[in-house]
Design a protein around this ligand. Structure first.
Ligand SMILES: *Cc1c(COP(=O)(O)O)cnc(C)c1O
Length: 416
C-alpha cells in the first residue's frame, strides 16, 4: 500500500496530499489510487505467467467507471453478477469476450443481455438455470458458452457471510451432480459447455482451503474430459485476502505457486476473478470529525461518515486502519462512530486512534473494495464523492449526491 503514505508529515495518495482532496471535494469521500489498482492487476497477471490465463476484476467490489476503465485498459476481464454490472462493464470498456457472468439468480432478462453482448461464459449455478439459458438462447437463435459453477464443499475459513463453497451454501452445483449435469448440457442445442468454475469465499488468508478445493474441482475437469467434454476454461474464482491490520496474507505469487500443478493439469485457460485483492488497498475513505464527546467511561469521535457510507465495520466487525492526515497527531483511545441512528454504526471501536480535533479529516484505509459498492442512502444521507488520483493529478470520478438525488424517481400519487 505504498501509494498511501506520509511525506513531509502529510498523508499522501501518490503525489497528492489527501488534505487537498478533503478541502477540494469535502468529506466523506472515497479516494482511489490508479497506480495501486494497476500494480495489483500486474502482480496477479505476472503471477500467472507461463499459464494461459485471464485475470478478471470482480465488478461488485468496486463498480466505479473510472476504476473499471483503469483495469479494462490493462487488458483485464470482468466478473459480473448482475445485468447492472454487465451494463457498467461494457460502458467502462471491458471486452465482452472477457466477461464472465456468475450468480445464482440470473433472470431471463439478464441472460438475454449477456447473450446480446456475446460474453465469454455464463457461470451456471443450477440445473434450472441451464434449462432457462438454453431456452433463452434458442429464442434468440444464439448459443451460450457455459461454465458449470461447482460447489466443492470446502470451508473457506473466512467470515461466514463471505464463505460460499460449503455444502449448504446456495452457490453452485454440488460436485457429485456436476458430471451428470455436464452430460445433460452436452445434449442441449443452444448451450455449449466450455468450462468449470469455482469460487469458495472472500478475504481468504490461508491457501489450504483453496488448494483443497482445487484438488476436487480439477479432478472434476479430468473426469469431464474423460467423458468427452472439451473443457477450455477453468475459473478458480477470487477471494484472495488483503492485509487490513496485521494479517499475514499470501500474495498472488504464493497462490499460483500452490495452485500451479492443479491448474496445469486442466490444460485449460485459467481464469481468476479477484475483487478485493485489486481494489481493497487501492482506496481510502476520508471523513471528518464533527464532534468529540465523552459518555460514561468512553470517548467518541463522531465522524461525518457512517455505516451507510462504509458498511464493513458494522456488518462484519471488519477492521480498517484509521490514519490522521497529519503524521504528528498524537494517539487516543476512542470509538470512531458515524451519525446514523443505529448503535451498530461505527467505523472503529475501542481502538487507539488519532486524537483528531473537531474539523480534522481522517483516512479510513483499505476501503477500495466493498466500500462505496455497499453504500446506501440509509437515514437519507447522500452518498459520498469518489475521487481518483493518478500521479500528481486527481479528478472527481463520482459526484457527491445531493438532496435532490435522494428523492429521484419518487412520486406522490394524485390521490394524496
Ligand atoms: C465476489 C466474487 C468474487 C470476488 O471476490 P473477492 O473476495 O473480492 O476477490 C469472485 N467471484 C465471484 C463469483 C464472486 O461472487
Amino acid at each position: 500500500m505504498e501509494e498511501f503514505g506520509y511525506r513531509g508529515g502529510e498523508l499522501y495518495c501518490e503525489g497528492v496530499a489527501l488534505s487537498e482532496i478533503a478541502r477540494g471535494v469535502g468529506t466523506p469521500a472515497y479516494v482511489y489510487s490508479r497506480a495501486a489498482l494497476e500494480g495489483a492487476y500486474r502482480e496477479l497477471d505476472e503471477a500467472f505467467s507461463g499459464l494461459d490465463h485471464l485475470v478478471c476484476f470482480a465488478v461488485k467490489a468496486n463498480g466505479n467507471l473510472a476504476v473499471l476503465r483503469t483495469l479494462a485498459s490493462l487488458g483485464a476481464g470482468a466478473d459480473i453478477v448482475s445485468g447492472g454490472e454487465l451494463y457498467r462493464a461494457v460502458r467502462a470498456g471491458f471486452d465482452p469476450k472477457k466477461i464472465v457472468f456468475a450468480g445464482v439468480g440470473k433472470t431471463g432478462e439478464e441472460l438475454t443481455s449477456g447473450l446480446g453482448e456475446r460474453i465469454l461464459t455464463f457461470n451456471v449455478e443450477s440445473a434450472a438455470e441451464l434449462e432457462q439459458l438454453n431456452e433463452t438462447a434458442a429464442r434468440y437463435g444464439k448459443k451460450a458458452r457455459v461454465s458449470l459453477r461447482v460447489n466443492p464443499d470446502v470451508d473457506a475459513e473466512s467470515h461466514p457471510a463471505i464463505s460460499t463453497g460449503n455444502e449448504d451454501s446456495k452457490f453452485g452445483v454440488p460436485l457429485a451432480e456436476a458430471a451428470a449435469l455436464a452430460d445433460h448440457a452436452a445434449g442441449l442445442r443452444c448451450v455449449e459447455l466450455v468450462g468449470v468454475h469455482q469460487h469458495i469465499g472472500s478475504q481468504m488468508t490461508r491457501l489450504d482451503p483453496l488448494v483443497n478445493s482445487l484438488k476436487k474441482t480439477t479432478d472434476l475437469v479430468a473426469e469431464l474430459k474423460s467423458r468427452g467434454h472439451e473443457i477450455r476454461y477453468f475459473n478458480m474464482g477470487g477471494g484472495l485476502g488483503i492485509r487490513y491490520n496485521d494479517e499475514n496474507v499470501p500474495g498472488p505469487r504464493e497462490l499460483v505457486e500452490a495452485a500451479r500443478p492443479y491448474l496445469e493439469s486442466t490444460g485449460a485457460t485459467i481464469i481468476c476473478e479477484m475483487g478485493r485483492y485489486m481494489a481493497g488497498n487501492a482506496g481510502a475513505m476520508l471523513t471528518s470529525v464533527v464532534y468529540r464527546k465523552r459518555s460514561g467511561h468512553k470517548s467518541f469521535l463522531v465522524a461525518d461518515a457512517g455505516m451507510n457510507d462504509l458498511l464493513r465495520p458494522s456488518l462484519y466487525d471488519a477492521y480498517h486502519e484509521i490514519r490522521a492526515l497529519k503524521e504528528d497527531t498524537p494517539p487516543t483511545t476512542a470509538d470512531l462512530v458515524g451519525p446514523v441512528c443505529e448503535s451498530g454504526d461505527f467505523l472503529a471501536q475501542g481502538r487507539e486512534l488519532p486524537d483528531a480535533a473537531e474539523g480534522d479529516a481522517l483516512a479510513v484505509m483499505s476501503a477500495g473494495a466493498y466500500g462505496f459498492a455497499m453504500s446506501s442512502n440509509y437515514n437519507s444521507r447522500p452518498r459520498p464523492a469518489e475521487v481518483m488520483v493518478s500521479g500528481d493529478r486527481w479528478a472527481v470520478v463520482r459526484e457527491r449526491e445531493h438532496n435532490a438525488d435522494l428523492v429521484k424517481g419518487e412520486l406522490v400519487p394524485a390521490f394524496l
